[in-house]
Structures are given as C-alpha cells and as structure tokens.
Design a protein around this ligand. Structure first.
Ligand SMILES: CC(C)(COP(=O)(O)OP(=O)(O)OC[C@H]1O[C@@H](n2cnc3c(N)ncnc32)[C@H](O)[C@@H]1OP(=O)(O)O)[C@@H](O)C(=O)NCCC(=O)NCCS
Length: 155
C-alpha cells in the first residue's frame, strides 16, 4: 500500500513528468494498440503539449515518493488524460482522482460526467459508477481510437 499520496492541481513545472507518464503508457503499456499508433501518440505527448492543454482544462496530479505517479483532467464535463504509473496502479490513485474530478465538475454546475475510454479501462470506470453507453471512435491529433463512451450522473 502506498502511503503519503498527495493530490494537487497541476502547475507548469509538472509538464515534463506528466509528459513522461503519458509517453511511458503509450510506449510500454498500451500493448493492445498498434505499435505504430502508440509510437505516434507518444511522440506527440511532449512537455509543451501538456503545457498547451493545461490552458483549456483542469489537470490534477498525484504525488508519491516525491514524484508524479498519476494524473487526470477535466475538460468541460469530460474526463481526459487519466494515467497512473504502472507500479502504482490498483492502489486507489485512479479512484482518488475520479472522486476529486467529479466534485469539481459538480461544483462547476454539471450534472453528469463523461469519458471516452479505451476498452482496457472500461471496467475501472464501471466500478466507479459509470454506465457504458455506446462504442465510439474519437480522433485525437489525427489518430482514430476505438473507444466506449461512458457516463455517470452526479449527485
Ligand atoms: C485505469 C486506471 C486509471 C485505473 O487507476 P487505478 O489507480 O489503477 O485504479 P484504482 O486502484 O482506483 O481502482 C479502482 C477499482 O477499479 C479496478 N480497476 C482498476 N483498473 C482496472 C482495469 N484496468 N480493469 C478492471 N478493473 C480495474 C480496481 O481493481 C478497483 O476495484 P475495487 O474497487 O473492486 O477494488 C489506471 O490503471 C491507468 O492509468 N491505466 C493506464 C492508462 C489508462 O488506461 N487510462 C485510461 C484512459 S481512458
């Protein structure tokens, strides 16, 4: 069990570590996506990219052992960029981020929250109370991803 987890808002100095978290996921862990796609996505997830997206969405990070081990974001009422470092998964960090983001969305006046999940994370969101709606295809930076749209009503 990981102790001393701190969830806080992203600041621009976190961009490099967040970029590494994303790149590590796509290069080494998203193994059911085609390698060409993974490499292409990872290449685009630079620190500059993270600094850019931070302008139009809320990003939170979780720090443990003096490093960022998890991140998640909220753009309007959509969850984006959920990444927990592989050695820290299944320790409740993803839940911590989702619970926080849900409160933020509710406080902003949203009554539901959505996520376009890749298939290997669908069960995580279902465990967090999301309902699977439809299969979707999303295009991110010219790359088409097969996803599932899930929604959770906030109360
Ligand atoms: C999906 C992810 C965000 C979950 O974060 P996490 O910190 O491991 O999740 P938690 O420890 O809070 O798990 C909460 C519950 O979901 C379950 N769970 C977590 N990941 C799961 C998965 N991939 N499949 C099935 N169940 C999962 C946990 O076992 C736990 O269940 P419990 O409440 O019965 O004990 C994390 O594994 C991750 O970053 N994955 C790689 C990137 C990714 O897929 N991001 C989502 C893109 S849409």
């Amino acid at each position: 069990m990981v102790s001393d987890l701190v969830l806080r808002y992203f600041n621009l100095d976190d961009a490099l570590q967040c970029s590494s978290l994303m790149q590590d996921h796509f290069l080494y862990h998203a193994i059911n996506l085609p390698i060409k796609m993974r490499t292409q996505i990872a290449k685009g997830r630079t620190a500059e990219y993270v600094q850019k997206i931070a302008k139009d969405r809320l990003i939170v990070v979780v720090v443990a052992d003096d490093k960022i081990v998890g991140m998640g974001a909220l753009k309007a009422n959509e969850i984006r960029h959920m990444y927990i470092q592989s050695e820290y998964q299944r320790e409740g960090i993803g839940s911590m981020i989702i619970d926080f983001i849900e409160k933020e969305a509710f406080n902003k006046g949203f009554f539901s929250i959505i996520v376009n999940s890749v298939d290997y994370s669908e069960e995580f969101y279902q465990k967090k109370g999301f309902k699977s709606l439809i299969k979707t295809q999303i295009i991110r930076h010219g790359i088409t991803l097969e996803t599932i749209l899930l929604e959770k009503i906030l109360e």
